[in-house]
Design a protein. Structure first.
Lengths: 411, 92
């Protein structure tokens, strides 16, 4: 038995039953799950949580399902790495990396949201799941959907790189390459979603899917010893992850699972696509859409659906927004790898580079604790580092040749 | 000549199934008021307290009014106004 009461429009508060709908019929606002927090407070405690398996479902009362979890039983509970080497380089007292580069099974935080979406799709009785994606989401729907025995339709732009195609098609989905750019694919998917009775994870299942992002926030609080950090830096594409992490912190506070909440939330974007950071810096509510131009393709959303709410969360928490250049992204990927042994995708470079700038500008207090959210694995975006890494030493198979290398590096 | 206003499918029930209606020139606020006189209930769907709702986009000749003068944007004879609900989905 779940703890959901209804779906509610975030704009006009009209309520809807728990169904695969996502937009308010009246004012076109997005729908969000409403929970019975009084009942959850009675059912959920630190002891209940810690007595469960270390996956994202240990917070199941705060996730939008009615029955048992049916997907992602090995997903979630990624490491919170205390980053002492990096803290020293950046000149901060206490720094942590929330490391979703090692998420089971497809190495990005999308396994969190897809686990929830697929469980919900099965509860609704769908036999087919679908998505439009250029990367991480396609991989996750393809993989987790295979394990759940669902038919899968994954729509991609025809120009997508071969490595990303392989990382989806190996799981055996129906992979549909559309002649057009991402916006064309998305528009087509909206039409398909109207015609076919499928669970489009980020369209008609979105209110449930998006709730899965909260598990990243719950885990951070639990792993810090049931405490909220001073600062959290979160990458923004649609703005949904940031909005949901902030929501997760507030839920834990409301339920008494943490004693106090005084966290500043920071939005990280690439300079080539920074509509949310730009709105925060300008102090305006209106998100001005942009045409993305950045190596951080997983963050390249020019017209972010949750931009308004992300901006509001940052403002409410007393945080700020930052954006960084492609070169700063590359430098940050290399910095994280060389200090902490973690290889992040370009989005992770955006987040760390933004954190660095926020520390340098004084927006992040060097004496308080900071969590940097790294959402995906660098093996997925290796092409971004071409020409930017150290040189390989090529030698003959003899000792003299190796001694030359030792001399050349001054050893 | 008048101003052409394009009506999205979810609101065509209010316009008797018409995809395109006409209004006299004026500001967006005035046009919304005039539409509501013609098709009662339409103003409430697309605006609240005189402001266009956040998940409704209004374009004048393809330019979003948020980047013109918002509700005070002047619409002239022959201009085209489009009302388009934002799809509240993501693309990531």
């Amino acid at each position: 038995m779940g703890f959901m009461k209804a779906l509610r429009c975030r704009e006009c508060s009209r309520e809807y039953p728990i169904e695969p709908v996502y937009v308010c019929e009246f004012c076109f606002g997005p729908l969000e799950v409403v929970y019975d927090y009084d009942a959850i407070k009675k059912a959920l405690s630190r002891e209940v949580i810690t007595g469960r398996r270390k996956n994202l479902w240990r917070y199941r009362e705060l996730l939008p399902i009615d029955g048992e979890p049916q997907a992602g039983l090995d997903s979630g509970f990624s490491p919170l790495v205390k980053a002492e080497n990096l803290a020293e380089v950046l000149g901060v007292r206490e720094l942590y990396i929330k490391d979703d580069t090692v998420m089971h099974p497809t190495l990005s935080f999308k396994d969190r949201v897809v686990s929830v979406a697929l469980t919900k799709a099965l509860e609704f009785g769908f036999d087919t799941v679908a998505c439009a994606s250029t990367g991480n989401l396609a991989h996750s729907v393809s993989a987790l959907g295979a394990r759940s025995g669902l038919n899968r339709f994954v729509f991609i732009p025809a120009t997508l790189e071969q490595s990303k195609i392989v990382a989806s098609i190996v799981y055996g989905p129906n992979l549909v390459a559309v002649d057009g750019n991402y916006d064309d694919v998305n528009r087509l998917c909206s039409e398909i979603a109207n015609k076919y009775k499928w669970a489009f994870v980020n369209i008609n299942i979105r209110p449930y899917y998006a709730e899965g992002s909260k598990t990243m926030g719950f885990e951070i609080l639990e792993q810090l010893g049931w405490k909220a950090p001073g600062n959290v830096v979160i990458p923004c594409a649609s703005g949904s992850l940031l909005t949901k992490i902030w929501k997760s912190f507030k839920e834990f506070k409301m339920l008494g699972l943490i004693d106090s909440l005084d966290t500043k939330v920071f939005a990280a974007q690439a300079a080539g696509c920074s509509p949310i950071a730009a709105a925060i810096k300008a102090g305006v509510e209106v998100i001005r859409p942009v045409k993305p131009d950045t190596i951080a393709k997983s963050l390249a959303i020019g017209n972010p659906a949750d931009g308004f709410y992300a901006t509001a969360a940052v403002k409410e928490s007393g945080g700020w927004g930052e954006h960084v250049s492609d070169q700063e992204i590359i430098d940050a990927i290399k910095l994280l790898a060389s200090t902490e042994g973690i290889f992040a995708e370009t989005a992770g470079g955006v987040t760390l580079a933004s954190a660095k700038k926020l520390i340098e500008s004084g927006r992040i207090d060097r004496d308080s604790s900071t969590v940097v959210c790294i959402t995906g694995n660098g093996l997925k975006t290796q092409e971004a580092l071409a020409g930017h890494t150290g040189r390989v030493h090529h030698i003959k198979p003899n000792l003299a040749s190796f001694e030359d290398v030792m001399k050349s590096i001054g050893r | 000549m008048a101003v052409k206003v394009r009506i999205p499918t979810p609101l065509q029930r209010l316009t008797g199934g018409k995809e395109e209606v006409e209004a006299a020139p004026g500001t967006i606020s005035v046009i919304v008021g005039a539409l509501d006189a013609q098709f009662p209930g339409i103003a409430e769907r697309i605006s609240e307290g005189g402001k266009i709702r956040r998940f409704v986009n209004v374009y004048v000749n393809e330019e979003d009014i948020r980047f013109l003068q918002a509700e005070n944007t002047q619409v002239k004879d022959g201009d085209e106004v489009s009302i388009v609900p934002a799809i509240a989905g993501g693309r990531s």
